[in-house]
Write a protein that binds this ligand. Structure first.
Ligand code: ADP
Length: 487
C-alpha cells in the first residue's frame, strides 16, 4: 500500500493543535504496519531546515501568477519517513505561524498557499508521474480544509487518479474564500456549483474535499455522527448526512514515545502505574515553577492546556474559578487565543496569584509538566472532534472532567458505582453546557479526590487504557484497503 499523506502542519516542526500530532504519529504507525507512506508538506522555514532534501529535480508551475514550485524529496528528521517538501519561498518562507502572522492575523494569501499544497499533491499522485518520482500512489490521504482541493483538482486531471480519503480534524475551519478566487486557483467556473466547490456563494476548500473525496473520515465515531446534525455540522451537515455511507470515525491515538510519564524528559521524576510517588514530586515541582502556594499540598490542582476559543468552553470555566478556589482548588492554565479570554484569565491570576497560574502562549515543556503535575484536567469543550489532552491526562494518572461530546465521549468513561466496580471508570463526564453543571462536577471530583483509595483506582483505570496509535493505524489500513481494492 503506497500512500501520500498530505498535511499543513507536523509536530515538532510546525504545530498549532492536534493535527500536527496526528501528522507526526499516524504515518509512522502506518509504516510500522508495512504501508509505504510519503508525506507532502509546505516548505515552511522549519520544514526546509529540518528535512534533509536529497534532490530537487521537479519544478512545476502550479497556479496562475505564482512562481514555479520546486519539489524537494528528503526524509523526516527522526522517523526517516520520506517527504516531498514544496519549496516556494514567496508562499511559505516567512516568520510567523502556518496560518497566521505573529500578531494572530490570517495570512492574506492562504488560499494560494493551500491551493498550491493541494494541487501539488494531486499532481504527485498522478499515475503518469510515477516513473519520475519512483512512487506509484495508491491513495491520497488529505487532512482538513488546507488539503480539501486535492480531490477537486483531480477532477480536471487526465486519466484515472488514485482514490482520496479526507480526514476532518475540525469542521469549524473550512477555508472560505470569495468567488473571485476560483480562476486565481486554476479551477474552472463549472466547478463553482452546489455539485462542486461552491458553498453559499463562497469557494469552500473543505466542502470541495467533502464533496469530491471518495471517503470521508473523522477522528472519533461520535463526532462522525454529530457532524451530520445542524448543531455540529457548521452548515455541512446536509452534505455529510447525504454521504453517510462513505463517512466513518476512527479515534486518534497518542504518541507514547512523546507522552509517557515513565520516560518523559520534561519531568523531574518518572512514575508509572506501579509507582505513583513520582506524580507527587511533579506536583510539587509544578507548584514551585508556577509560584502556586505550597501551604496545602494535599489540595488538588486543576489543569487546562488549550487553545482559548469558544470551542473549548473556557467561558464555562472562568465563572466558577473563584468558587473552586474558595473550596481549596488551585489552577494551572496554559493556553492562547481569544484576546478577551486572555485578558479575563490574566485578571483572575492577578486576583489570586497564589491559587491560579495562567501562562499565555505555547509551551510544549510546560504542557508535559501540567499533565503530570495536576490532579484533575478540565476539558468542557462544546465540540471536540477527538481531543488528545484528555488521553494524555489519563495516561499520566490525571483525572479528566469532560463534556459528553465527540472524542471526549468516546474516550472517557464516566464514574458511576457500576463503572468503578467493573474497572472502566476513567473520569467525570457531564452533558449540559453550563457553568453550574461544570461546578457541581468539579466539586464531586474534589470530594472523590479526598478518598485516596478510590482516586488511585480511577488513576489506574486510565493509565491502563490502550491509546496507542497501533490500533488506529490498523483501522486506517483497513479503510485504505477498502478504498484501493473494493471501490
Ligand atoms: P486541538 O487540536 O483542538 O487544539 P487537541 O486536544 O486535539 O486539541 O490537541 C491539542 C494539542 O496541542 C495537544 O498536544 C496539546 O498539548 C497542545 N497544546 C494546545 N495548546 C497548547 C499550548 N498553549 N502550549 C503547548 N501545547 C499546547
Amino acid at each position: 500500500m503506497r500512500v501520500l499523506f498530505v498535511a499543513s502542519e507536523i509536530y515538532p516542526l510546525v504545530k498549532t493543535g492536534g493535527l500536527g500530532d496526528v501528522a507526526a504519529a499516524l504515518p509512522v504507525a502506518l509504516s510500522e504496519l508495512g504501508v509505504d507512506v510519503r508525506l507532502v508538506l509546505p516548505g515552511y522555514p522549519a520544514v526546509m531546515d529540518a528535512v534533509s532534501p536529497a534532490s530537487t529535480h521537479l519544478s512545476w508551475h502550479i497556479l496562475p501568477g505564482v512562481e514555479n514550485v520546486q519539489i524537494c524529496t528528503g526524509t523526516m528528521p527522526k522517523s526517516g519517513l520520506p517527504v516531498y517538501v514544496i519549496d516556494c519561498p514567496r508562499l511559505y518562507r516567512r516568520d510567523g505561524g502556518p496560518y497566521q502572522d505573529n500578531y494572530g492575523s490570517e495570512w492574506g494569501d492562504n488560499e494560494l498557499r493551500f491551493a498550491t499544497l493541494s494541487k501539488t499533491a494531486a499532481l504527485l499522485g498522478r499515475p503518469d508521474i510515477a516513473h519520475e518520482i519512483h512512487f506509484r500512489t495508491d491513495l491520497i490521504h488529505c487532512n482538513d480544509w488546507q488539503t480539501g482541493l486535492i480531490p477537486a483538482y483531480q477532477q480536471y486531471l487526465e486519466g484515472c487518479q488514485p482514490p482520496t480519503l479526507i480526514s476532518i480534524h475540525n469542521i469549524a475551519y473550512q477555508g472560505l474564500y470569495g468567488a473571485h478566487t476560483v480562476p486565481a486557483l486554476g479551477l474552472p467556473w463549472d466547478s463553482f456549483s452546489v455539485q462542486g466547490v461552491e458553498f453559499y456563494g463562497f469557494l469552500s476548500f473543505l466542502k470541495a474535499g467533502l464533496f469530491y473525496a471518495d471517503w470521508i473520515n473523522t477522528v472519533s465515531p461520535t463526532y462522525a455522527q454529530e457532524i451530520q446534525t445542524p448543531e455540529y455540522g457548521y452548515g455541512l451537515h446536509g452534505l455529510l448526512s447525504h454521504r453517510k455511507e462513505t463517512l466513518s470515525g476512527i479515534l486518534n491515538g497518542i504518541d507514547e514515545q512523546q507522552w509517557n510519564p515513565s520516560h518523559d524528559p520534561h519531568l523531574i521524576a518518572s512514575y508509572s502505574i506501579d509507582n505513583l510517588a513520582g506524580k507527587e514530586l511533579n506536583k510539587n515541582a509544578l507548584r514551585k515553577r508556577l509560584r502556586l502556594s505550597e501551604e496545602n499540598p494535599k489540595k488538588p490542582i486543576f489543569g487546562m492546556i488549550t487553545r482559548l476559543t469558544y470551542q473549548k468552553g473556557i467561558d464555562l470555566v472562568i465563572p466558577i474559578i473563584g468558587k473552586l478556589i474558595e473550596e481549596g482548588a488551585q489552577f494551572a492554565i496554559l493556553g492562547n487565543g481569544d484576546k478577551h479570554t486572555e485578558h479575563q484569565l490574566r485578571e483572575l491570576a492577578q486576583a489570586f496569584p497564589q491559587q491560579i497560574s495562567v501562562t499565555l502562549g505555547y509551551d510544549e515543556s510546560l504542557a508535559h509538566q501540567i499533565e503530570a503535575g495536576v490532579d484533575i484536567f478540565l476539558m468542557p469543550s462544546r465540540f471536540e472532534p477527538c481531543g488528545l489532552t484528555q488521553m494524555y491526562s489519563m495516561h499520566y494518572g490525571t483525572i479528566p472532567i469532560v463534556r459528553k461530546t465527540g472524542g471526549l465521549a468516546d474516550t472517557v468513561t464516566n464514574i458511576t458505582p457500576s463503572t468503578l466496580d467493573n474497572g472502566t471508570a476513567t473520569g467525570f463526564v457531564f452533558e449540559h453546557e453550563s457553568p453550574d453543571i461544570l461546578l457541581q462536577t468539579a466539586l464531586q471530583a474534589m470530594l472523590l479526590y479526598r478518598n485516596k483509595e478510590l482516586w488511585q483506582q480511577l488513576q489506574r483505570h486510565g493509565m491502563t487504557k490502550d491509546f496507542s496509535w497501533k490500533h488506529s493505524a490498523e483501522e486506517y489500513l483497513k479503510l485504505y484497503n477498502k478504498l484501493v481494492y473494493e471501490f
